[in-house]
Design a protein around this ligand. Structure first.
Ligand code: UTP
Length: 271
């Protein structure tokens, strides 16, 4: 059973500057609620019991957001406000589920994942990238079902415009295993258009095996000098570990760019 999730939050968020010069992008409101809470709601509804946040000293405000009990208690003593009480209870619920680990140098997503090693208990765990919101259908829940069915690792997949492949991890897929699920033959981090094996892209939901940690340990820096989780996954696939690409049903919203962030607010307000 998948009961643990990890969420890398230690990146610099340069594409959202100047907002991110003083603020954690994951706390920016999307239709009145921090983007990160949509991710937490998805985890909770998918049956996740423990969530590990990878933050940095610069992103400490994320921890503060969940550890502000005294402030809430003071306000609630003065004001018997039902809305504030509800928000407080929600924050408390998540506080109990979250553990924090630190990655103070953003050396890449693979390095971020490595920081969670000693907390992972079972053979597989879920990873969610908070810039990638998926609404309307719970993608994590779908992926946990795919994991149960195929006893495999799983990654979310979406068709993207061919001209944009160099922004994504791109799959080479082989046979169809079941409806919306394909065996992954290879995955390449941000390929040039001419080298891309398809226009099927990795979206930020992964069910990863515990053995990913020993693979990351041996990785050399890849594209842009970073340690990429995609490179560790590529090595595991080469060693015949089954990874399944799942075409999710929900709507994908990219919150990592200013245009995408603004669009997310518009889209979610229509739901
Ligand atoms: P990105 O590279 O897409 O986002 O990382 P970023 O670094 O935050 O933002 P830009 O590219 O500078 O605008 C994907 C996810 O992985 C986390 C980020 O916080 C983001 O959620 N990440 C990335 C880490 O936790 N550590 C890293 O070293 C790199």
């Amino acid at each position: 059973m998948i009961k643990q999730a990890i969420i890398p939050l230690a990146g610099l968020g340069t594409r959202l500057l100047p907002l991110t010069s003083v603020f954690a992008k994951e706390l920016l409101p999307i239709n009145g609620k921090p983007g990160l809470e949509y991710i937490l709601d998805e985890c909770f509804e998918a049956g996740i019991k423990e969530i590990i946040f990878i933050i940095s000293d610069k992103k400490k405000m994320i921890k503060d957001y969940f550890y502000n009990d005294t402030f809430y208690k003071k306000i609630l003593k003065k004001k018997k406000d039902i809305r504030i009480l509800k928000e407080y209870k929600k924050i408390l619920k998540y506080k109990k589920m979250i553990k924090f680990v630190y990655q103070n140098k953003p050396l890449g997503t693979g390095d971020a994942v490595m920081k969670t090693k000693k907390h992972i208990k079972s053979n597989h765990f879920l990873m969610l990238l908070p810039d990638d919101l998926i609404v309307k259908n719970n993608c994590s829940k779908e992926m946990i079902n795919v994991h149960k069915k195929h006893k495999s690792s799983v990654m979310a997949s979406m068709t993207v415009n061919k001209k944009t492949v160099s922004r994504w991890g791109i799959y080479k897929l082989s046979k169809k295993l079941s409806k919306n699920n394909y065996k992954i033959e290879d995955v390449i981090e941000k390929p040039k258009i001419k080298d891309a094996p398809s226009n099927k892209a990795v979206i930020g939901r992964y069910i990863l095996p515990k053995k990913i940690f020993s693979e990351i340990k041996d990785l050399k820096p890849g594209k842009g000098g970073e340690i990429h989780i995609t490179d560790a996954i590529q090595n595991l696939i080469k060693k015949n570990n089954l990874f399944v690409a799942h075409n999710f049903k929900g709507k994908y919203l990219d919150c990592g760019t200013l245009h995408g962030y603004i669009n997310s607010t518009l889209e979610i307000s229509k739901l």
